[in-house]
Design a binder for this molecule. Structure first.
Ligand code: PLP
Length: 448
């Protein structure tokens, strides 16, 4: 790193999340300067296919001028307003109505927040509030899953089921429990069918509810397909079985659609793909294509009614953020949803997704590949050490190394330990999917 270079200044002044700080001091940043469609360019002018759409986010690609115009127009008309004390504005009202219309099940109200973490954090508060309203103060626990990802605030990080989000942070908080991760390839037992594994996942959940006491469990939160935990596609009957257990005990179902929402799985929501009937749904990322920090959750009547009663009893619903329902974010979201609809990006995700999954499946027998998996335009290639390599490599080392090779070959992926995740913009073309798969092939061939 040259002294005073942009890289050196990053190391000097910028602490990065999800980065080893000491390793960063040594290697410095990858500085991205601009984007165009599915590509981003670094400050050396090198082009990469952004195979992760940033962080599972940029549905419409990296230079969509309609979103820029929507933001600019809204900034000129009303750059900021809030939603406290009965105040509202057109973009928030239009977006709330639009989201309720799009919902996979009948929903009642939308609450706006600014990140996925904040949305899930708020959901937990709302659930506690609701249980108090119902005169069930003991019904406060939430169950999530090992390797699930729900964010990084104190409550949402607690619901996240990944060790690095808990270790040394004194998390999880009390009352947040984690049940089995539905990853057959990793968690399935010898001789156990995928169907039997799904049954066992549901039985594990049932047993946890029984042992904690069904009256103490308020909600179960899960992503339709786990993203940040390594792209975990559940067995076909998993969701049906899990929903059967929840229905037995009057436990709310929260579908965290922060990654799956708005087309990623080839249907509008992951809940459509798996016939999930949530009481609450979390949305962010592809809602604005992450051009603006924005998130929301919607709830059905069963959730809303007691909350409204409690707010009425107290005199106010004592929650909300300065930037809740930010007009610029809402305007960007509305335009983004229009683009997704007009260009049938959900249909494109289904078609290009099938090509991506088939392309990756070709490597299933490669000595470095343990499993390929995915649905629509979300996928993973799980790396394993070749036979005879021993256990010399630390977990995640294969993934980190593969990322370096991908970068050299012009592809950005994200390694979740040794699973290489792919989640490209929904605008990706057939040729670009094929280019991605070619880079993966070349990278596997040159892996050393
Ligand atoms: N929920 C899911 C499913 C996510 O994938 C993420 C982020 O990756 C979050 C919540 C947290 O969102 P944010 O990073 O905007 O706080």
């Amino acid at each position: 790193m040259r002294p005073n270079s942009i890289e050196a200044r990053d190391v000097a002044y910028h602490l990065h999340g999800y980065t080893n700080p000491r390793a960063h001091e040594e290697q410095g940043p990858m500085v991205i300067e601009r984007g165009e469609g599915v590509y981003v360019f670094d400050n050396q002018g090198k082009r990469y296919i952004e195979g992760m759409a940033g962080l599972w986010s940029v549905a419409v690609g990296f230079n969509e001028s309609r979103l820029v115009d929507a933001a600019q127009n809204q900034m000129r008309a009303l750059p900021y307003y809030h939603s406290f004390s009965h105040k509202s504005h057109g973009p928030a009202i239009d977006l709330a109505e639009r989201l309720i219309d799009m919902a996979p099940v009948q929903m009642s109200k939308v609450f706006f927040t600014n990140s996925g973490s904040e949305a899930n954090d708020t959901i937990l508060k709302m659930i506690w509030y609701r249980s108090n309203a119902l005169g069930k103060p003991e019904k406060k626990k939430v169950i999530s899953r090992l390797r699930g990802y729900h964010g990084v605030t104190i409550a949402s990080a607690s619901m996240t089921g990944l060790p690095n989000n808990h270790r040394s942070f004194d998390l999880p908080i009390e009352g947040v429990l984690h049940t089995t991760c539905p990853h057959y390839w990793k968690e399935g037992r010898d001789g156990e069918s995928e169907e039997a594994f799904a049954t066992r996942c549901a039985e594990d959940l049932d047993a946890m509810i029984q042992s904690e006491g069904p009256d103490t469990i308020a909600a179960f939160i899960a992503e339709p397909i786990m993203g940040a935990g390594g792209v975990v596609v559940p067995p076909a009957t998993y969701w049906q079985k899990i929903q059967g257990v929840l229905a037995k005990y009057d436990i709310l179902l929260i579908a965290d659609e922060v990654i799956c929402g708005f087309g990623r799985t080839g249907k509008m929501f992951g809940s459509n793909t798996y016939d999930i009937k949530p009481d609450i749904m979390t949305m962010s990322k592809q809602l604005t294509s992450s051009y603006f920090p924005f998130s929301a959750f919607m709830m059905n009547e069963r959730v809303y009614e007691p909350i409204a009663d409690e707010g009425n009893r107290i005199g106010i619903l004592g929650h909300g953020y300065t930037a809740s329902a930010h007009p610029v974010g809402a305007a960007v979201a509305l335009e983004n949803l229009k683009i997704i609809e007009e260009r049938d990006l959900v249909g494109n995700a289904a078609e290009r997704g099938a090509e991506l999954q088939a392309g990756l499946a070709r490597f299933a027998d490669h000595p470095l590949v343990g499993e390929t998996r995915g649905v629509g335009l979300i996928a993973a290639l799980e790396l394993v050490a070749p036979e005879g390599a021993g256990d010399a490599r630390a977990p995640g080392a294969l993934g980190l190394h593969m990322n370096r090779i991908f970068h050299k070959n012009g592809l950005i992926s994200r390694n979740v330990m040794d699973a290489m995740a792919f989640c490209p913009p929904l605008i990706i073309t057939q040729q670009q999917v094929s280019d991605m798969v070619d880079i993966v092939e070349k990278s596997l061939e040159t892996f050393a």
